[in-house]
Design a protein around this ligand. Structure first.
Ligand SMILES: [Zn+2]
Ligand SMILES: [Zn+2]
Length: 268
């Protein structure tokens, strides 16, 4: 039986003879259903129409679908001595891309910021012997392909290693998570934020939204909570969710400025 992928958000669903009735991610008010109606592709169709590409993005390897598909994020590979942590995911896993990841030491875990970037997490996990897929349990209702490798972790901190730590910020999603990479940016530290904190187009600031496509801002309480999680962390760089959408240096000051600016903008 085929596996089905939602064309609008790129989430892969479980096997079924026909496509699922609806996409739980797109029906949520933070995303949207395709204007022409809910559309699906099978994994085989997607493999035939698209490919995966990879390249360096500010010192680490990223992977994305070409031509652009669904939300268009790229996954990042955080290197560690015992294998990479894949941060966020893409809707496809191809033999060539899997070989590339193997050449970097393989995967030891996959960590996802929030349900918009679930993609084909199960395919990627299985390609590396069933490595754990860390998704925050507060967002478990959005898991579109339940699988034994998915770890719905709870609480606010999930330490993958001394250098790679997941921290729940909430905000965009109740289980919204960022990754603090202590060894990143030549030891100054890096944050990988998905769009839980969105790198703006000027690449000097961030914004914080409940829904980006539907323009629903976060309230001050939620942004203050994100700020409180980030405040104790040492970092100089922030990696966003798309190619090149990063703050290369002085990202801590940029983050603090962005919070002040955002709160001022939504205050009466
Ligand atoms: Zn969808
Ligand atoms: Zn999102």
């Amino acid at each position: 039986m085929p596996l089905w992928t939602c064309e609008q958000c790129g989430a892969q669903f479980h096997e079924s003879a026909g496509p699922p009735a609806a996409c739980v991610v797109c029906e949520d008010e933070r995303q949207y259903v395709n204007w022409k109606g809910q559309r699906w592709v099978t994994r085989e169709e997607l493999t035939n129409s698209h490919r995966l590409v990879w390249r360096d993005d500010l010192g680490i390897s990223g992977i994305a679908v070409e031509p652009g598909f669904a939300i268009g994020q790229r996954a990042l590979l955080v290197p560690e001595a015992d294998g990479c942590v894949m941060w966020d995911c893409v809707p496809l896993a191809t033999p060539e891309a899997i070989d590339h990841v193997r050449s970097l030491g393989g995967l030891k875990a996959i960590a996802i910021s929030h349900p918009h970037y679930y993609g084909a997490v199960v395919d990627w996990s299985e390609a590396f012997g069933g490595v754990p897929v860390y998704l925050h349990g507060d967002d478990r209702a959005f898991v579109t392909r339940p699988h034994r490798t998915i770890v719905p972790w709870t609480g606010d901190i999930n330490r993958i290693s001394d250098d790679v730590v997941l921290m729940r910020t909430g905000g965009h999603f109740a289980g919204g998570t960022i990754l603090h990479w202590r060894a990143g940016a030549q030891g100054k530290g890096a944050l990988l934020t998905g769009d839980v904190a969105m790198v703006a187009m000027d690449r000097r600031a961030l914004s914080f939204m409940y829904s980006y496509p539907n323009y629903i801002p976060l309230n001050a309480t939620a942004v203050r909570r994100i700020e409180s999680v980030v405040a104790p962390l040492a970092f100089d760089r922030i990696y966003g969710a798309w190619w090149g959408r990063n703050i290369e240096a002085d990202a801590k000051a940029a983050f603090e400025m962005s919070v002040r600016r955002y709160i001022a903008a939504i205050s009466g």
